[in-house]
Design a protein around this ligand. Structure first.
Ligand code: DHE
Length: 521
């Protein structure tokens, strides 16, 4: 760890010299240096504590940050500063950490490799060390105190619980055999965990600020999508070493944040969403991938069009030009088309991955959250349903002609939606607004809400995941003193409540490795 902190400080030096630290320090900067830098790094990039930059702080408001500085964080090493600092000083510190960084941090192969730590005590086992269906485990991410619980998906008893990095985000990703799981924190840490031996295998910091991860079809490569720096990092899932770093730039050299990376199993590739440029990338994960031409030029001499250059084999990159930057992708079951959100928050754009161009646009006002959509067959037609982050509705879209089949009114904007092949119901939360404590249950045949449950009045209910057979639906009580609530997926009655610390998401091994149509991938 000491070696990593030393590397982090060297990496930070370029900022420190060229940023405000080089000249007169403002009072907030002095306060930061004297009170925070030791744990959070001289340039706010994190050390033993998380990084303190807007990209990592997420949606936290100034008041919430002030409260953490004043009172500390329970069950962490974050101390309370209320006795040492005045209210004005705490407010100045909160303002300071909410300011964007002045320059792009350097976080290349050397820095990533230097952060890599393999667990010297790790011992590989040939069989799971617990007595439960290895495929029907749930991995529950508890962001309340930054832990993960491995839950038996039949008895709903916790098998083990362990500490994670601060602020995990996005779904953990599983190797195709369900043996290993990879977690990612917003601070860019990737952790490999053995679900048979219930041990951490190792970890590496792939970025300063990361968005999500995706695993390749063969389970050998893990891609990390990053905002800081602008990069896509590909790691070996075996030992977390760096295999490839793509600097995120379009074909004209314009730099971009990477919004997300997805596995396209049917295509044996990663699909990459770029936040600031009008391109989507497809990165081959098949060592024998067909050549991809990176451009064409008209040769007057030969009187013909010639290929400029070609990328082929593993990690060959194909650039798909689109009319505007697209985000938050959902794929049809065959991974032939993706639908992404346009920046206006009111349009879904369908891109056909075979021909590599847009084929349809559909009106989806109110910021659809396409990434958490689900799909099923409805009266012989493939449909998808998506909640909206800013409007109280669910859109049901026919994927054969990309028309909006139905808009279902809800009690407020939602975040996550879930179902299972064996269930006739789809569950969706009302994440925002006064009704954040309810979950709607929709009949997938009639497309009507058939029941609304309120697990705990006034407490946010969110994020559902089914067990392997689709017999139970697990709902999060998204609070620090929260719970995972197990419902019978047929009778829709609560059958068990397990106390948990803000269980932000839960992930069933079987549903993930089989790409169940009712869950995220
Ligand atoms: Fe997420 C998944 C993007 C805010 C909790 N979120 C994802 C994914 C993306 C994404 C691209 C899919 C990744 C994957 O699983 O591989 N999230 C974004 C945003 O752009 C947004 C709106 C703003 C941001 O700050 O990044 C955002 N997300 C949040 C939150 O505020 C949530 C509610 C709390 C948190 O922990 O940060 C949140 N996002 C989640 C969760 C998943 C997720 C729990 C995994 C869902 C799943 O079941 O797969």
């Amino acid at each position: 760890m000491k070696r990593f902190i030393a590397i982090l400080e060297v990496a930070a030096l370029s900022f420190v010299c060229s940023s405000a630290f080089a000249g007169e320090l403002s009072s907030a900067e002095t306060l930061y240096r004297d009170n925070c830098a030791e744990c959070h790094g001289p340039a706010r990039l994190g050390a033993i504590g998380p990084s303190l930059i807007p990209e990592s702080l997420g949606r936290q408001k100034k008041e919430a940050l002030q409260a953490v500085i004043a009172n500390g964080r329970a069950q962490t090493q974050m101390p309370a500063f209320a006795d040492a600092l005045g209210e004005d000083e705490i407010a100045a510190l909160a303002d300071f950490i909410m300011k964007p960084l002045g320059e792009m941090p350097v976080w290349g192969k050397a820095e990533i490799e230097a952060s890599r730590m393999l667990n010297a005590d790790y011992k590989s086992v040939s069989e799971p060390v617990f007595d439960a269906d290895r495929y029907n485990l749930f991995v529950v991410v508890e962001t309340g105190d930054h832990h993960a619980t491995i839950l038996n998906g039949e008895s709903f008893e916790p098998i083990t619980r362990f500490k994670t990095h601060y602020a995990l985000h996005g779904g953990p990703k599983f190797t195709p055999d369900g043996r290993f799981v990879f977690f990612m924190s917003r601070d860019g840490w990737v952790t490999k965990y053995d679900l048979y031996g219930l041990q951490k295998v190792g970890e590496v910091r792939a970025a300063i600020n990361a968005r999500n991860i995706a695993i390749s079809k063969d389970g050998k490569h893990l891609a990390v999508a990053n905002y800081l720096p602008h990069s896509l990092v590909v790691l070996s899932t075996d030992d977390l070493s760096v295999e490839k770093i793509f600097e995120a730039e379009d074909s004209k050299g314009n730099s971009s944040r990477v919004s997300a990376v997805y596995q396209a199993p049917e295509r044996d590739s990663f699909i990459v969403a770029l936040k600031d440029v009008a391109e989507i990338w497809e990165i081959a994960t098949d060592p024998n991938a067909k050549p991809v031409y990176t451009g064409f030029v008209h040769s007057h001499e030969k009187g013909m069009v010639e290929a400029l250059a070609v990328e082929k084999g593993l990690f060959a990159r194909r650039r798909i030009e689109v009319s505007e930057p697209l985000d938050d992708f959902f794929f049809d079951p065959g991974y032939r088309n993706l639908i992404g959100s346009a920046r206006d928050g009111g349009t879904g754009v369908v891109v056909n991955l075979i021909v590599g161009r847009e084929i349809a646009r559909l009106p989806l006002p109110g910021f659809p959250h396409l990434g958490s959509g689900i799909t099923w067959m409805w009266r012989g037609r493939p449909v998808m349903a998506t909640p909206h982050l800013k409007e109280a509705k669910i859109s049901v879209i026919a994927m054969d002609d990309w028309s909006v089949l139905k808009t279902i009114e809800t009690d407020g904007p939602g975040f996550f939606m879930r179902s299972h092949e064996n269930s006739r119901y789809a569950w969706t939360d009302v994440f925002f607004g006064p009704n954040k404590d309810v979950m709607h249950i929709i009949d997938k045949e009639t497309l009507e809400i058939v029941k609304t449950v309120r697990p705990e009045p006034g407490k946010t209910a969110a994020h559902v995941e089914f067990d392997r057979e689709g017999k139970h639906a697990l709902v999060s009580l998204w609070e620090d003193d929260g719970a995972v609530i197990v419902y019978d997926a047929e009778t829709l009655e609560e059958i068990k409540r397990l106390p948990m610390r803000k269980p932000s998401g839960k992930y069933n091994v079987w549903n993930k490795i089989t790409f169940s149509e009712g869950t995220s991938h």
